[in-house]
Ligand binder design. Structure first.
Ligand SMILES: Nc1ncnc2c1ncn2[C@@H]1O[C@H](COP(=O)(O)OS(=O)(=O)O)[C@@H](OP(=O)(O)O)[C@H]1O
Length: 292
């Protein structure tokens, strides 16, 4: 696709691009329902993985046709892009014949429309360690014309440290949502690394949070559907249907590993990153694992 790459600008103190701010007022007025489930992440932290887990848990049995006909980004629409559909004047969320509605967002916590809090909706936040998150974001920006020009790896890393990324600073994002968890009981905060270490255990925790009790057989089916290889080979989850991505440059389902950062950071970059990380996270209780 031959589109100019968007530019970052400051939006209420967060670096953004217009794709995600154009419908700001309408999105802020979005009317959540009490049973809506919001899946929130910093970009590239495991959104699609958790979206697909939820999709299979809720609809894998009742709507199997969804699994073969609708890409995951239609089944779990992106709040920032989809609501409301300004052109037709209707809400895609209202057209989704499903309950609960599963909705994805990359907003920092302070941008979430107030109706989600008023309706006391369940929310799931997925965090991923900063180094792997950054590497994944770099490759995504390389392959996606709808993202700002990434530049080279070193300049991208510097931008990450400065928080000049789409959806702002990783540090503010993970900490903002973590702080919210201390006062909002319907927020389940989970980690990509835990999911990679023991998918079954994390699905159990999710089910307990959501009040679901899948049979052993159903859980096995979900676990099989959401392995990296199966999602990579599934056209409905690997984003191969998204025209804004150039799969000759990278893949959406790229590596799916904890620790791939080691293949990108030089020793000097790693030292600089660690020092900066310590100072930015020194007052935080939140902890991430960069290897498992
Ligand atoms: N099943 C499974 N197992 C392991 N890893 C997985 C899985 N599904 C998605 N991924 C990895 O998650 C990264 C994409 O993140 P997101 O889905 O959050 O991207 S997005 O923000 O919605 O664009 C991207 O990470 P990287 O491979 O490190 O780039 C995906 O490969």
């Amino acid at each position: 696709m031959d589109l100019p790459r968007p530019k970052l600008f400051d939006f209420h103190g967060v670096s953004m691009i217009t794709y995600f701010t154009d419908n700001w007022e309408a999105i802020q007025n979005f009317q959540a329902r009490p049973d809506d489930i919001l899946i929130a992440t910093y970009p590239k932290a495991g959104t699609t993985w958790v979206s697909y887990i939820l999709e299979l848990l809720y609809f894998g049995q009742t709507s199997p046709e969804r699994q073969t006909t609708m890409p995951i980004y239609e089944r779990v629409p992106f709040l920032e892009l989809t609501f409301p559909n300004m052109d037709s004047g209707t809400d895609l969320a209202d057209q989704l014949p499903t309950t609960p509605r599963l909705i994805k967002t990359h907003y920092p916590v302070q941008f979430v429309p107030k109706s989600f809090w008023e309706q006391n909706c369940r929310m799931i936040y997925v965090g991923r360690n900063a180094k792997d998150n950054l590497v994944s974001f770099f490759h995504f920006d390389r392959m996606t014309v709808a993202q700002p020009e990434p530049g080279d790896w070193n300049s991208y890393l510097q931008r990450f440290l400065e928080g000049k990324m789409v959806f702002g600073s990783w540090y503010d994002h993970v900490n903002g949502w973590w702080k919210k968890k201390q006062t909002y009981s319907k927020l389940h905060y989970m980690f990509y690394e835990d999911l990679a270490e023991d998918t079954g255990r994390e699905i159990d925790k999710l089910c307990s949070f959501l009040g679901l009790s899948p049979s052993a057989e159903e859980k096995t089916r979900v676990m099989s559907g959401v392995t990296f290889d199966n999602m990579k080979n599934n056209a409905m989850t690997n984003y191969s249907t998204d025209p804004s991505m150039d799969f000759k440059i990278s893949s959406f389902m790229r590596k799916g590993k904890v620790g791939d950062w080691k293949n990108h950071f030089t020793v000097a970059q790693n030292e600089e990153f660690d020092e900066d990380y310590k100072s930015k996270m020194k007052d935080q209780t939140l902890q991430f694992r960069t290897e498992i």
